[in-house]
Design a binder for this molecule. Structure first.
Ligand code: GLP
Length: 243
């Protein structure tokens, strides 16, 4: 795992944005794994800005988002799909058919998880997986637990995770769904390359555990230590807290 820090979140986003744009240019059929959350917002804005300035063509790119709430899907307020449409997809020319997403309103959620695994495989796997990290060490919605499920699956969300997500539901934690669908750690670890981004004071402890702690299901992000190509990108608010 390599680690790089940047003075500000904006500089981190500029560096990673440039790297992703270069990858899209070099490999027009790039398969990207994408996170939601506050952390990637600056990156998405940067990618949209560069795309406008330099007329970047995303028409061959495929994407797979990490997770979605159960009972929410396209068009629903609060769904991760709507988050991504508003903040990223609608600003680029990725064909809708190339956008891979879990549908939390699918009638059979187990079948939906299996469909997603097959779709990732059919796309040839994920080339570059971008990740955020939860303060409890979750990745996607792989919550700390006695055991982890390797493949895409349905999960019950921890209360701190629901509280952190209230932000996307007008601050009302009661409206945050209790369950979600998420790629499993196995699905994530199959990506050829992984970039985890963390910014802001709240992430200091989690990133310390990620970089220095043991591999444990009690801290799912620690499994990233087993992958040969993981880069951790931090802003100084996080980096300044590392021992
Ligand atoms: C959410 C998402 C994760 C995300 C994490 C951190 O619950 N399911 O994919 O990485 O929590 O979110 P944030 O970037 O808002 O801190």
């Amino acid at each position: 795992m390599t680690c790089e820090s940047f003075p500000t979140e904006a500089e981190l986003a500029a560096a990673l944005g440039r790297r992703i744009i270069d990858a899209v240019r070099q490999r027009p059929r790039l398969v990207l794994g994408l996170p939601t959350g506050r952390t990637p917002l600056a990156l998405y804005q940067e990618l949209i800005r560069i795309t406008g300035d330099e007329r970047v063509d995303w028409s061959g790119v495929r994407t797979f988002n990490l997770d979605e709430f159960v009972h929410l899907g396209p068009g629903d307020r609060g769904s991760y799909r709507t988050f991504m449409e508003e903040r990223f997809f609608k600003h680029l020319n990725i064909p809708p058919a190339n956008i891979g997403f879990l549908d939390g309103r699918a009638p059979d959620l187990d079948a939906e998880c299996e469909r997603y695994e097959r779709a990732v495989t059919a796309a040839g796997g994920i080339d570059l997986m971008m990740l955020g990290i939860g303060v409890n060490g979750h990745i996607g919605f792989n919550e700390p637990s006695e055991s982890l499920v390797a493949r895409t699956h349905r999960v019950t969300l921890d209360e701190p995770t629901r509280a952190a997500n209230a932000l996307w539901f007008d601050g009302d934690v009661q409206r945050v769904p209790r369950e979600a669908l998420t790629m499993g750690m196995g699905t994530i670890l199959q990506a050829r390359e992984i970039v985890l981004i963390a910014s802001g004071e709240a992430k200091g402890e989690a990133v310390t555990a990620l970089l220095r702690g043991g591999v444990t299901t009690r801290f799912p992000a620690s499994f990233l230590q087993l992958h040969p190509r993981v880069q951790v990108m931090l802003d100084d608010l996080v980096a300044g807290q590392l021992p």
